[in-house]
Design a binder for this molecule. Structure first.
Ligand code: FAD
Length: 390
């Protein structure tokens, strides 16, 4: 392994790969991307649902989506890798008056930023997603340029393009320490020896808090892991009449319950948040959660009642206290973080990586990073003068 590098990126998920790619496009190729697993993209990136949407509630996230989706649309030409991007749209189902009111504000903001989002009634929703039961649905929103893409394709595309430009990708190597000298990064320690560097990027996803602590000096990166499940349903071809499911890859989200689904091959991929889940790094599938999901699922997509579960897995959301990421300098000079995307990082990796690469090389990222700064979580205690992270 190289003993020195201009930049060391910790974590080979979609974020680390995107930062490495965008650094290489800015001429910074003396970079080592360090991943502790044997393959890239086996953390949250390898466990996600592939959803990509413009429909966010704050300007900063919508801007990340606009830029990211633009790159995903041209990924094969620009990065040189296929990513199986289906822009069949995201359909949000809203049942409560409060949710409709919130979405009115969101859609107004999305449209102001140039995103084309439609309002639909029950019939419109059913036309887009045949087989959907819209009982109790008051309104729905739809953006046709939203969709699903292949997280592995995006990660490998970024990593391979970076590698071709000279970036070193080290798999099966764990970063165990970050060396700081005179208030700035001096190197990293790994399971295969030290690398001298003046710049380190914490792209460790759900483990960003652990890597953040390696800097010492009271730096706290408030990212906590929360387990989320995905189930794959196989449709039974012998059931007659054949259960109706959407033939497109449209992503449907029942906003009130958080149940969501999309077509996955011949079957259906679905999931739902578990409000009782506490913070954990454990990704064992909790099968006793499945009946809770099924109860909700069959009400929205009755075809699931005759399906069988062929596969399930659990991964980790990387939650921050406000559900938004941390992008930028964190702690001593030369130390940066790109983490805490709180369950929507895959889709934002193209823009987030570009922005952080610009910050690192000293270019104006043309993006206001204030909503994503670590500082928003730092409070000073008037009595003791201490600073701590909420
Ligand atoms: C069930 C589920 C569904 C999701 N659905 C979506 C979705 O539809 N759309 C969307 O946009 N997002 C979704 N997400 C969120 C998305 O997967 C994450 O936001 C994104 O993958 C984060 O990428 P990352 O590169 O930051 O983290 P990761 O992919 O976790 O990568 C971090 C890497 O760092 C490595 N690492 C950690 N510590 C060290 C160390 N000390 N040394 C070396 N390497 C280290 C890990 O092994 C890991 O590979 C979902 C997540 C889950 C769990």
């Amino acid at each position: 392994m190289k003993p020195t590098a201009d930049v060391v990126v910790v974590g080979g998920g979609c974020m680390g790969a995107s930062v490495a790619y965008h650094l290489s496009r800015r001429g910074v190729t003396d970079v080592v991307l360090v991943e502790r697993e044997k393959m890239l993209g086996t953390g949250s990136t390898g466990r996600n649902a592939g959803g990509v949407r413009h429909q966010f509630s704050n300007e900063a996230n919508i801007r990340l989506s606009i830029e990211s989706i633009r790159l995903l649309e041209h990924f094969a030409d620009e990065v040189g890798h296929l990513i199986d991007f289906h822009q069949d749209g995201y359909l949000f189902l809203l049942s409560l008056p409060n949710s409709v009111e919130t979405f009115r504000r969101n859609v107004e903001l999305q449209r102001r930023l140039g995103v084309d989002v439609e309002w639909l009634d029950e019939n419109g929703a059913q036309r887009l997603a045949p087989g959907l039961d819209t009982t109790g649905v008051a309104a729905a929103t739809f953006c046709s340029r939203d969709g699903i893409a292949d997280p592995n394709g995006v990660t490998m595309g970024f990593a391979k393009a970076a590698q071709s430009a000279g970036v070193a990708v080290e798999r099966g190597v764990e970063v165990t320490g970050i060396l700081v000298s005179d208030g700035r990064v001096a190197g990293v320690e790994t399971s295969r020896g030290a690398i001298e560097t003046r710049t380190v990027v914490n792209a460790a996803g759900p483990w960003a808090g652990t890597v953040g602590k390696m800097v010492g000096a009271g730096v706290d990166v408030p990212v906590r892991p929360v387990r989320r499940h995905i189930f794959i349903a196989a449709m039974d071809a012998t059931v007659q009449p054949a259960p109706v499911v959407p033939s497109s890859h449209i992503m449907v989200i029942d906003f009130e319950s958080t149940f969501y689904f999309h077509r996955e091959g011949a079957g259906i991929l679905f999931g739902m948040g578990d409000p009782g889940e506490t913070s954990t790094f454990d990704t064992t599938v909790q099968w006793d959660f499945l009946p809770q999901v099924i109860d909700v699922a069959v009400n929205r997509l009755p075809a699931l009642a005759s399906a069988s579960i062929s596969h399930a897995w659990a991964g980790l959301y990387e939650m921050t206290p406000d559900g938004n990421p941390i992008i930028g300098r964190t702690g001593p000079e030369g130390c940066y973080t790109i983490a805490g995307f709180s369950g929507h990082g895959f889709q934002h990796s193209p823009a987030a990586g570009r922005i952080l690469a610009d910050v690192i090389v000293g270019h104006d990222p043309q993006f206001d990073l204030t909503p994503f700064s670590l500082e928003r979580f730092v409070v000073s205690s008037a009595s003791s003068g201490e600073r701590y992270v909420i």
